[in-house]
Design a protein around this ligand. Structure first.
Ligand SMILES: O=C(O)CCC(=O)C(=O)O
Ligand SMILES: [Fe+2]
Length: 357
């Protein structure tokens, strides 16, 4: 066994009322040295998460034709359904189906305005899943509220005060989320392999909230390079850091590499739900003034399978275009339909697979 983390820390948010300073110290350690942690007593009810899981299952249980009526190909905002095996990570197919959604906002773009404005827009709601929109909307609202609390605590834990990260997010902006289904290997053909999602870091967001609905399967790479299981913890969310926060706090919160392997034969599909709290897209982003005593705690020698991230040089100067080209890279079919000129300007080949990470 290596000398880096062998399990993810568990943070109990109810301790905010009793011993906040100790909780903030644990959070600081988790941010700087792990990049992943469970949270319990977070205030999002098990009933809401059970209801959300049940709507996810209802959605994915529909016929393929019904799911294709809300395919991402109809959304310049890259919201809606992606079929099994539609995305590639590390040159291998990801064996998962996904439904992307967000807070429902109108499309603010019109010809002549910057193209990245089209990353904001309405959901593609399925017509035949009763109660889907209400339940999924309630989940989004709860996850958004929790993410705002966690960003404020993160800011405090890194010595920036509770509002130190506020200017990186616009109130009312769009934040994306998704429902994910990973088939068990006996529902796949042998050529599909067992990659649910390949090794990656979450790109450009501040934090991710992840809910493993019915089984584990997430693996996190510790900073010695070993893969650590993150088992299902009943009712808990897993929080991880995106490359956006990592950049904005001078790598004192670390965007750790992770992956998912498809469930073993006989286990049935795995469902997970992810919420990505983003940064603003409309202005240049400069890192915050993290105090020296926090900067001094930064780890050295972090081993990862995933170096850098695509188009990273664009992120600070033009986060909107950065976010757009990243989405386009993951969904080149959508890019070919709505953004051929942007693809050309950034030298993106639209005739190869959908590779984002
Ligand atoms: O499904 C999971 O547990 C992880 C998903 C994930 O890492 C992602 O979609 O970025
Ligand atoms: Fe991820």
């Amino acid at each position: 066994m290596g000398d880096d983390f062998q399990s993810l820390p568990v943070l109990d948010l109810s301790r905010l009322e009793t011993d906040k300073e100790a909780l903030l110290a644990e959070l600081r350690h988790a941010l700087i040295h792990v990049g992943f942690f469970y949270i319990v007593n977070h205030g999002v009810t098990k009933d809401l998460m059970d209801a959300t899981t049940s709507k996810a299952i209802d959605f994915f249980d529909q016929d393929l034709d019904a799911k294709l009526t809300v395919d991402k190909i109809y959304s310049p905002t890259f919201l809606g359904y992606s079929t099994q095996g539609n995305e590639i990570t590390k040159n291998k197919k990801d064996n998962r189906e996904q439904y992307d959604f967000a807070n429902d906002l109108p499309d603010p773009w019109s010809p002549g305005k910057p193209e990245f404005l089209r990353l904001t827009g309405p959901n593609l709601w399925p017509a035949d899943v009763p109660g889907f929109k209400d339940t999924i909307g309630s989940f989004w609202t709860a996850a958004h509220g929790l993410a705002e609390r966690l960003v404020s605590l993160t800011s405090e834990a890194l010595g920036l005060g509770p509002n130190g990260l506020d200017d990186y997010v616009v109130k009312g902006q769009q934040h994306r989320a998704k429902l994910i289904k990973y088939p068990a290997v006996d529902a796949l053909s042998p050529v599909d392999g067992t990659q649910g999602v390949g090794a990656h870091r979450d790109t450009a967001n501040l934090i991710t909230l992840l809910y493993q609905a019915n089984m584990g399967g997430l693996e996190v790479q510790n900073h010695a390079g070993e893969w650590i299981n993150a088992p299902l913890k009943e009712g808990a969310f897993i929080v991880n850091i995106g490359t956006g926060l990592e950049y904005l706090v001078h790598e004192t919160a670390i965007a750790t590499t992770h992956r998912v392997t498809n469930p073993p034969a006989g286990k049935g599909p795995r469902y997970s739900i992810a919420y990505f709290h983003g940064t603003r897209l409309d202005t240049v982003l400069r890192p915050a003034n993290v105090p020296d005593e926090v900067l001094a705690q930064k780890p050295t020698n972090v081993v990862t399978d995933t170096k850098g991230f695509q188009y990273a040089q664009l992120y600070a100067e033009d986060p909107g275009t950065y976010a757009l080209v990243n989405r386009m890279s993951s969904h080149r079919d959508v890019a070919a339909k709505f953004y051929p000129a942007v693809a050309k300007a950034h030298g993106m080949d639209l005739n190869i697979g959908n590779s984002g990470y």
